[in-house]
Design a protein around this ligand. Sequence first.
Ligand SMILES: Cc1cc2nc3c(=O)[nH]c(=O)nc-3n(C[C@H](O)[C@H](O)[C@H](O)COP(=O)(O)OP(=O)(O)OC[C@H]3O[C@@H](n4cnc5c(N)ncnc54)[C@H](O)[C@@H]3O)c2cc1C
Length: 420
Amino acid sequence: MPPTGNPIRIAVAGGNYGGLGTIKNLYLNLLATNPDYDGTKQAPPNPNVNITLIDRRDGFVHYMGMTRGITNPQYGSQLWVPYTDMPWLQHPSIAIRKNIISRITPAHIEFADSSERLEFDYLVLAMGLSRNAPIGVAASTEREYLDSISRYHKLIQDSKSIAVVGGGAVGTEMAADLKSDYPEKDVVLIHSHQLPVQGPFMNEFRHEVVKVLDKLGIRTIFGERVIDETAVKDDFSLEHVKHSAILPELIDSVKRKATLITSSGNKVEADLIFSSNGIRVNKSMQIDDPNYPHIFAVGDISNHAVVKYAKTAIRNGSVAGTNIVKLINSNGKSVKLDEMSNRGGRGRRGRGERIISTGVTTGTTEYSQIKLELGEQYCVIQSEDGVVPSDFASSMSSPDIKISRAKQNLAVGSYPKFGR
Ligand SMILES: Cc1cc2nc3c(=O)[nH]c(=O)nc-3n(C[C@H](O)[C@H](O)[C@H](O)COP(=O)(O)OP(=O)(O)OC[C@H]3O[C@@H](n4cnc5c(N)ncnc54)[C@H](O)[C@@H]3O)c2cc1C
């Protein structure tokens, strides 16, 4: 393809399931466009496209097998796949950078270990789970840290009503600290499960937590998820951007003067909202802010799926890749973008042949479907119809935990093919 001017610069931040899912899609739809491409050799050079993958690692890691990887190091050694083992990633239009990303703005990426700035036209955030400011600390010096604490403290002081979304350990402690220090403020804790602090804890413990929340005077809305949110953009939003590390103004962590709608239609209005559900995205996997149609977030870093799955991350990445290609080809005209069909997310844990999906609702309780691989011989499956009988479930366990399939999907030692 002859050059048409400056190449389109696409940055992919994070190179595991979501990031590689994106790049594979970009490879097929932007680079392997020659009619004789059959997946047996490298796609021809394309001087109009410049894709940069940034990761602090030099390879893909198949997390799904990690627990067995520790107990069986021979198996574990297969779980790290160097990027150099994927010949298609060595395409001249793809650059791989091993850097730690320290800051992302709407136009460029900064690194902790290099003074260079990487500018982009399109960005895909695929950096997995990370805790964001204010509870996660974005500051890199004590001065910045103290500044940020006093900014958030002032916000709290100026708010009469505060909502905390997410009743995990951190959200629950946040609500309790708020109400203990400011008993006059209306503090509400919204949590998708019937009891707070999910995890391997006894219900007795959780009920005890609820008692204390009641004693403190915290309003609780349990068993409901926030399904919609509107918030004002004001000076604070802009101030927040200045101090951001990974675009936190786009992350759900702090919002002002917002109205939340929960899954049962409850309307909650609050001067201040703390939550940490990931970067809000729309169904096209673009971040949920019309100012940034060129930035996508996929996989665990996004708020797309309630339960985080590898397969969902790959599918998110594929949708983001397709949509970037559509936007590039639209030349600025309006274009219908692909959408993720199931906001709840679908995924499989382990090797199961049955699709495991999340977000199945029974009454008011949300159940996730899951397959737990318990050693090489057993697994326990909760499917749409309930818990699968143990003999049948265990016939579906696998010593491989899909590492072969992951390598096939990533086209390790080969080149991507359409439809795979
Ligand atoms: C032990 C374990 C078992 C799991 N089992 C299953 C399972 O059986 N089935 C299933 O579906 N899911 C499973 N999951 C969940 C699944 O692994 C995640 O949903 C999936 O990894 C999400 O992919 P991602 O690409 O969004 O993020 P990640 O896989 O976390 O990738 C993020 C990438 O970003 C890079 N990165 C992050 N921050 C920076 C930075 N600042 N600078 C540079 N690079 C950065 C990281 O190095 C990494 O490569 C498991 C997870 C774990 C930990």
